[in-house]
Design a protein around this ligand. Structure first.
Ligand code: GAL
Length: 391
């Protein structure tokens, strides 16, 4: 069934009621778009962390916590109306406080790696924490994923959500400039989970924000994702060295083990004797590449789609970013997650829309500089299928 057909099939809740929409099983039901706020937990220092629950009429339910601005769960019906949580995460705050996998988190100030934790801007050199030797990863040891964001509900006519804000002072984690960041997560009745990021600075700096949700469309903790089918609309990746830093050149993937331009099972080539796959995961192989999107800046173009043939669930990505980091959780090793479930190696994939890794040191890459008076923007939409279920 095509997406258009599905959309036309169920135009509105009232129509669905008339024709008798299939019913949902599981604990997710909302009569209309709704957003609710509750306490998720308290830090050892006594600071409150809030949880915002977003619900739509198609049985989707998304939880966002103010710690790390993380997506804590995404519940989606499958083709039979059975609801499962497709995002890896933890039931309580401790998992987030002491975890290092970035489950669902907002990543900043700079997503992915900066070589040797160093860059220069307008003649000045900056040094960042080396938390992934020899490089700096995801904004350093105390990045945006470890901050408590201020949250408030969004109740718009066609969407509900949460607006998160965070102030990062000049010099935090080595980055210049006072940076004020706003992230808006919204959910609508077309199963679009939309993330709008913006930031302003008072000094020239670099910014590259993303979200690090780990998806398993069969349900988080339901085995490996090797049978799920990935399509990424990108003919090239930025080639990496053994520390996953771009060499500066791009590599044509068409016809190679990294080619996902046609829908391909994630496990089909993961073990291949390919130097890039081995750099990403030396023992068994894995994907951990910045795919150079074929339609950079075009939020209406399909950037990627991953489908789970068994459940019929799929996630599509639309973004205005030039790159998409496709990561097959190569560093995951039996993490104890929600509902007593274990998240194994290759137990999830991430689709991180962003600028290219190490751009501050790569003059040939699109710039990630932000100057005073300018506004950083990025928008990424995760669209969940099927959309056939309506309460
Ligand atoms: C990804 C990155 C991986 C790994 C992971 C966190 O964004 O591409 O190399 O660092 O985050 O474990």
């Amino acid at each position: 069934m095509t997406q258009d057909f599905m959309r036309n099939f169920i135009g509105a809740a009232s129509l669905a009621a008339l024709i008798g929409a299939p019913s949902l099983t599981g604990d997710v039901r909302a009569a209309s778009l709704a957003v609710a706020e509750t306490l998720f937990g308290k830090t050892p220092g006594g600071e409150a962390v809030q949880l915002f629950r977003l619900e739509n009429v198609r049985g989707m339910q998304v939880n966002i916590i103010t710690y790390g601005g993380a997506v804590q769960s995404i519940k989606v019906p499958d083709k039979n109306g059975h609801v499962a949580d497709v995002a890896l995460g933890f039931d309580n705050l401790d998992g987030y406080l002491y975890g290092d996998a970035y489950f669902g988190a907002l990543i900043g100030r700079y997503a992915n790696r900066i070589a040797n934790g160093k860059f220069a801007l307008e003649g000045k050199s900056y040094t960042l924490p080396i938390n992934n030797p020899p490089n700096s990863l995801h904004g350093g040891t105390d990045g945006f994923d470890k901050q408590i964001w201020a949250g408030s509900k969004i109740q718009a006519p066609n969407a509900v959500g949460v607006e998160l804000t965070h102030f990062s002072p000049n010099g935090q984690m080595g980055y210049p400039g006072d940076l004020t960041v706003t992230v808006r997560y919204t959910l609508d009745n077309d199963n679009d989970l939309r993330i709008d990021y913006s930031a302003v600075t008072d000094q020239s700096t670099v910014v590259n924000l993303t979200n690090h949700t780990y998806f398993n469309l069969a349900g988080a903790g339901n085995g490996a994702i090797l049978d799920q089918i990935a399509m990424i609309n990108a003919d090239r990746i930025t080639r990496v060295n053994s520390t996953l830093i771009p060499t500066g050149s791009t590599m044509d993937v068409i016809g190679t083990d990294l080619d996902l331009t046609t829908p391909t099972a994630i496990g089909a080539h993961i073990h291949a004797d390919n130097q890039q796959l081995k750099f990403a995961e030396p023992k068994e192989g894995g994907y951990d590449f910045n795919y150079v999107l074929n339609n950079p800046g075009d939020l209406s173009a399909l950037a990627a789609r991953v489908t789970d043939p068994q459940s019929g669930r799929a996630v599509e990505v639309y973004t205005d970013q030039p790159g998409l980091q496709f990561y097959t959780s190569n560093f995951l090793n039996d993490v104890h997650g929600k509902d007593g479930r274990i998240y194994p190696h290759w137990g999830a994939f991430a689709l991180e829309a962003q600028h290219f890794p190490d751009s501050p040191n790569q003059p040939g890459f699109p710039s990630t500089e932000l100057k005073p008076g300018e506004k950083y923007h990025q928008t990424t939409i995760y669209r969940f299928l099927p959309t056939t279920f309506v309460k």
